[in-house]
Design a protein around this ligand. Structure first.
Ligand SMILES: Cc1cc2nc3c(=O)[nH]c(=O)nc-3n(C[C@H](O)[C@H](O)[C@H](O)COP(=O)(O)O)c2cc1C
Length: 353
C-alpha cells in the first residue's frame, strides 16, 4: 500500500506542532484542523490511557485527519552520579518551593511500546516521533496499519537514518525551535552545533527524497513561504500556537512569551537534562551552566519544582519553552491565527511571483 501524500492531510501546508506538557490538546487540534491546518496531539509524558483518551476526545470533536507524536525511549544516562550531584545542587530550590525533588528513576521509556501497541490496534492518520528513529519493523507496522509516519531530524545524518528506516516524511527541526531539540542522541560534544532551519533544510532536501516538514522559529506566513521555497512541503509551528486560547499552556507561560522582561531564549538542560529552548529566567541562569545530560532523569527530578513555581505564580522557576520567534506571538484564536498565516503566505507568494 503506498502512503498518501503529506499535503493530502490538510488544505494548507501548516502543521500545529505536537507540544507535550499540556499545550497541545484536542481543542487546539480541532480548531487548527477546522481552519485547514493539521492538528497534533502530544503523547509525551502521558500514560498510554491518557493518550488514548485524548484521541477519543479529538475523534468526537473533529472528523479531520490528525497526528499523534511519540517520544522515543532513551538510553541510560551516561553518568547517573552527575544526576545525583545535580539533585544536591537543587537543594536550595527544594527549600524555596517547599517541595521535595521528584524521583529521577520514574521511567525512561515514556511507555513507548504500550503507546505503539494502542496506535497499531486503533490506527490514527499520522504518527510522528522525536528523540530518535523507530525501528524499520515499527515503521513498517504503521505503514501496514495505514498510518503515515514522520521522524524528527536535526541534521542530515538523522534525516538519512529516518529515510533508511522507512519513514514516510521527515520533520526538519532547526535550532531556533521552541522546546526540546529532537536530536536522536543527546551528545554534549555537539552542544552549540545546532543548525538554523534555513541552512539545514536545503542540505536535507538535496540528500533525502522524502517529503519534509520544516520547524523552528516560524511565526508568520512569509516565513512559511520561505521554507516552502527552500524545499519544505509543509511548515510546523509550535510557539505561534502556544499562546492561542485553545492551547493548554499555563497562562503564565503564554504571557511570558511576549513579556519584555524575557529578552532571549537559550538551549538548556536545566529542566530536563536534554537541550531544550526556553526563555531565559532565573532557573535557567542559575542552573543551566552546570545541568548535566540525563534525560529524562532530570525531567523527573525538577517536575515538582516546576509545578510548585507555576502554582505559586512564579515564571522564574517554570520551564518557559519558546522558539526564537516568541516575540512575534499573537494572542488570537487558533482559527484566526490560521487565517492570518494563510493571508501572509498568499501575500508573500504573490510578492515573489
Ligand atoms: C511547549 C512545546 C512543547 C513541545 N513538545 C514537543 C513534543 O512533545 N514533541 C515534538 O516532537 N516536538 C515538541 N516541540 C517542538 C515542536 O515540535 C517544534 O519543533 C517547535 O515548536 C518548532 O519551533 P517553534 O516553537 O519556534 O515554532 C515542542 C515545542 C514547544 C514550544
Amino acid at each position: 500500500m503506498s502512503a498518501p501524500s503529506l499535503t493530502s492531510f490538510s488544505a494548507y501546508p501548516i502543521v500545529q506542532a505536537p507540544m507535550a506538557g499540556g499545550a497541545a490538546n484536542p481543542r487546539l487540534a480541532t480548531a487548527v484542523a477546522a481552519a485547514g491546518g493539521l492538528g497534533f496531539l502530544a503523547a509525551g509524558y502521558k500514560t498510554p490511557e491518557a493518550m488514548y483518551e485524548e484521541i477519543r476526545q479529538l475523534r468526537d470533536q473533529s472528523t479531520h485527519p490528525f497526528g499523534v507524536n511519540l517520544f522515543m525511549p532513551q538510553p541510560r544516562a551516561t553518568d547517573p552520579s552527575a544526576v545525583a550531584v545535580y539533585a544536591e545542587q537543587l537543594a536550595g530550590e527544594e527549600a524555596w518551593y517547599g517541595t521535595p525533588l521528584g524521583d529521577p528513576e520514574a521511567g525512561a521509556d515514556d511507555a513507548y511500546d504500550a503507546k505503539v501497541a494502542i496506535l497499531l490496534e486503533d490506527p490514527v492518520p499520522m504518527v510522528s516521533f522525536t528523540f530518535g528513529c523507530p525501528s524499520q519493523k515499527v515503521l513498517e507496522a504503521f505503514r501496514k496499519a495505514g498510518t503515515y509516519t514522520v521522524v524528527t531530524a536535526t541534521s542530515v545524518p538523522e534525516a538519512l537514518a529516518a529515510q533508511w528506516a522507512g519513514a514516510d516524511a521527515v520533520c526538519v527541526q532547526g535550532v531556533e525551535a521552541g522546546g526540546h531539540q529532537g536530536t536522536h542522541r543527546d551528545d554534549p560534544q555537539l552542544d552549540n552545533a545546532g543548525t538554523g532551519l534555513l541552512a539545514l533544510l536545503p542540505q536535507v532536501r538535496e540528500q533525502v527524497g522524502l517529503p519534509l516538514i520544516a520547524a523552528g522559529g516560524l511565526m508568520r506566513g512569509g516565513q512559511i513561504a520561505a521554507v516552502l521555497a527552500a524545499g519544505a512541503d509543509a511548515a510546523q509551528l509550535g510557539t505561534a500556537f502556544l499562546v492561542c486560547p485553545e492551547s493548554g499552556a499555563d497562562p503564565l507561560h503564554k504571557r511570558a512569551l511576549t513579556d519584555p522582561v524575557f529578552t532571549r531564549t537559550e538551549l538548556t538542560r536545566a529542566f530536563s537534562g536534554r537541550p531544550a529552548r526556553t526563555l531565559v529566567n532565573r532557573f535557567v541562569r542559575e542552573h543551566g551552566p552546570y545541568a548535566p545530560p540525563g534525560y529524562p532523569q532530570v525531567h523527573h527530578l525538577t517536575a515538582p519544582l516546576r509545578k510548585a513555581a507555576a502554582a505559586g505564580g512564579d515564571p522564574q522557576g517554570m520551564a518557559l519553552w519558546a522558539g526564537q520567534g516568541h516575540r512575534l506571538a499573537r494572542e488570537v484564536s487558533a482559527g484566526r491565527l490560521m487565517e492570518l498565516l494563510i493571508e501572509e503566505l498568499h501575500a508573500a507568494r504573490e510578492a515573489g511571483a
